[in-house]
Design a protein around this ligand. Structure first.
Ligand code: SF4
Length: 415
């Protein structure tokens, strides 16, 4: 069994990975232990939006690579530890039986070689499924440069796999993570996409039911938000990723090539909001900003888009097509659904929208209700009002969610 000292080192080393939330996995228990629920098992969140109910652990923190931003890099003077596949399994089962966790998030530094590390990680998840009969959720991290056969083998047992894309450009990778290349990260992602497709075509059960995710460090290198969002869009469209996680850079090691200051929670928050618009609201990265631009800090990306496209507004709430309704600031997915349903039976007025909990402080500048307009006439006044609201909401969000509504928006990114 892993002793307390090693456990501390291995779990501490895993805490920087934010891509561990789970969803979409619905395997039934066939006489073993645990369940992977369709709605996701990470139902417990820390105030900054990170989930806490998985055992999040490294197989090893003893790395042969030199990623400059990483505390585990080969030349770091830190305590090192590794575990065996059997030790990871015993720990997972012991924690599960004590009700401490509902699943496993297994990652690792590159220990000895990419193949050696990946082999041991795959052995751990295979043992958990076949010997320990564990049916709980498993998220397996991929090791760049490992043999594609190992990548496929891991995918047979995990619910989700992820390769961290790390930085938004090849140039930054070369500078800050010299052993990693764009290809070493993209090829296994494509391998997994192909494997999932083959599995679906041959009806061989659901391979990686919770899909693939990735994590990007924001602010360690100079790329603007536009470059990051365009990359995210191509990962969704071309590689079929389920989710891109944005991890604001935090200086944990001193290095002349890295910024001295953290990227800040607001930048990370705006990227999550924009990402939400890409995945659920039908926006493209191009519509939101060019590759060389940054997202506005003063207000959310949907407001920023609407202000750039004032010629489309105001729209009449009782007739506006669903796609455009979703683009009105202050009307979220649930709000749009309520409006579409209700307007089939009655003409909606301002008070009706308030009752539907539409955020009228924002929406009123972009809509008419039964022909009546309640917003500000001049773009400068609209802008000022949105900036003031944005400032109030950001102050709340950054002070750890003082209201349930702000907490929900911050966790989901819904706008
Ligand atoms: S591969 Fe890079 S990021 Fe991963 S543990 Fe090693 S040094 Fe850190």
């Amino acid at each position: 069994m892993i002793d307390a000292d090693r456990l501390k080192i291995l779990t501490n080393g895993a805490k920087y990975d934010v891509s561990c939330s789970s969803s979409g996995s619905g395997r039934r228990n066939a006489g073993g232990l645990g369940n992977a629920a369709p709605a996701g098992i990470c139902h417990s969140f820390t105030p900054d939006g990170r989930c806490i109910s998985l055992l999040k652990i490294l197989l090893s923190n003893d790395c042969i690579y030199h990623c400059r931003y990483c505390v585990n890099r080969a030349d770091s003077d830190i305590p090192r530890a590794s575990a065996t596949a059997e030790e990871i399994c015993e720990l997972t089962i012991a924690f599960y039986k004590r009700n401490y966790i509902e699943g496993l998030f297994l990652s690792s530094a590159v220990h000895v070689s990419p193949d050696r590390t990946m082999e041991e990680m795959v052995r751990a998840v295979k043992l958990l499924r076949t010997v320990y009969r564990f049916h709980g959720y498993i998220h397996l991290k991929g090791i760049p440069h490992a043999d594609p056969a190992l990548v496929r083998e891991g995918a047979k047992y995990a619910d989700r796999m992820s390769y961290n894309i790390e930085l938004p450009s090849e140039k930054s990778l070369k500078l800050l993570a010299p052993q990693k290349t764009k290809q070493s990260l993209l090829l296994p992602m494509r391998e997994l996409t192909a494997f999932r497709r083959e599995g679906a075509e041959r009806k061989k059960g659901h391979i990686l039911p919770a899909g693939q995710t990735t994590q990007l460090i924001v602010g360690a290198s100079p790329e603007p938000d536009g470059k990051i969002l365009h990359l995210a869009q191509s990962l969704y469209d071309r590689v079929g990723l389920k989710r891109v996680y944005y991890s604001g850079y935090v200086p944990v090691v001193h290095d002349g090539l890295l910024p001295e200051k953290p990227a800040g929670a607001l930048r990370e928050h705006r990227l999550y909001q924009a990402d939400w618009l890409l995945r659920f609201y039908g926006f493209t990265a191009d519509e939101l900003l060019s590759e060389s631009e940054n997202l506005a800090a003063e207000y959310d990306p949907k407001c920023a888009w609407a202000l750039k496209n004032m010629h489309l507004f105001p729209v009449e709430i009782n007739r506006c097509p669903a796609e455009l309704l979703l683009r009105v600031p202050g009307i979220g997915m649930r709000g749009a659904k309520r409006i579409l349903e209700a307007r089939r039976y009655a003409v909606l007025r301002y008070e009706d929208l308030l009752r539907m909990r539409i955020v009228m402080k924002r929406a009123k500048h972009f809509i008419t209700c039964d022909g009546k307009f309640f917003g500000a006439e001049k773009p400068a006044r609209i802008r000022r009002s949105l900036v003031l609201q944005g400032a109030a909401e950001n102050a709340e969000q950054l002070s750890l969610f003082s209201s349930p509504e702000t907490a929900l928006t911050s966790l989901t990114g819904e706008l």
